[in-house]
Design a protein around this ligand. Structure first.
Ligand code: FES
Ligand code: FES
Length: 157
């Protein structure tokens, strides 16, 4: 039997019928077509599936979808578009912080949450904020550099 889930996703109210055991990442990707949120480990280890749940970053592979009842979700699609990228997206591209790109949406969501709360974080705070996100390709220096550049520009929009 399905349950009805009401939530706000990227500032739009949505209603979806979901399997009570469904995970949030699957509802976002399969029911709402928001494929920017990636699936890596499904074990809460890689951060590829990071979204904001009521402004806090969560691993959406570990959150039962029904836990989002009445909540507000932000995914990478709610941050910026190809034509109007967010400063973080631009800076990740410009600073060489993206190679295969699979980890990038998750990193950007973690960084976005950090800069929303702390516009001028220390390097240590940046490292902590992305400590749940894994990247196999770039090493972390360029990712930290892209987040630092966004912070220095005073832009989290
Ligand atoms: S897919 Fe969710 S943490 Fe890896
Ligand atoms: S860019 Fe490939 S995993 Fe990070």
């Amino acid at each position: 039997m399905k349950e009805t889930l009401y939530m706000t996703v990227n500032e739009k109210k949505v209603t979806v019928e979901v399997d009570p055991a469904a995970m949030l990442v699957d509802v976002l990707r399969e029911k709402l077509g928001l494929l920017g949120t990636k699936i890596g480990c499904r074990e809460g280890e890689c951060g590829a599936c990071t979204v904001l749940l009521d402004d806090k970053p969560v691993n959406s592979c570990m959150v039962p979808a029904m836990k989002a009842q009445g909540c507000s979700i932000k995914t990478i699609e709610g941050i910026g578009t190809k034509d109007h990228p967010h400063a973080l997206q631009k800076n990740f591209a410009e600073e060489g912080a993206v190679q295969c790109g699979y980890c990038t949406p998750g990193f950007i969501m973690s960084a976005y949450a950090l800069l929303s709360e702390k516009p001028n974080p220390s390097d240590q705070e940046i490292r902590e904020a992305i400590s749940g996100n894994l990247c196999r390709c770039t090493g972390y220096t360029r990712i930290i550099g892209a987040i630092r550049k966004t912070s220095n520009q005073g832009r989290n929009k």
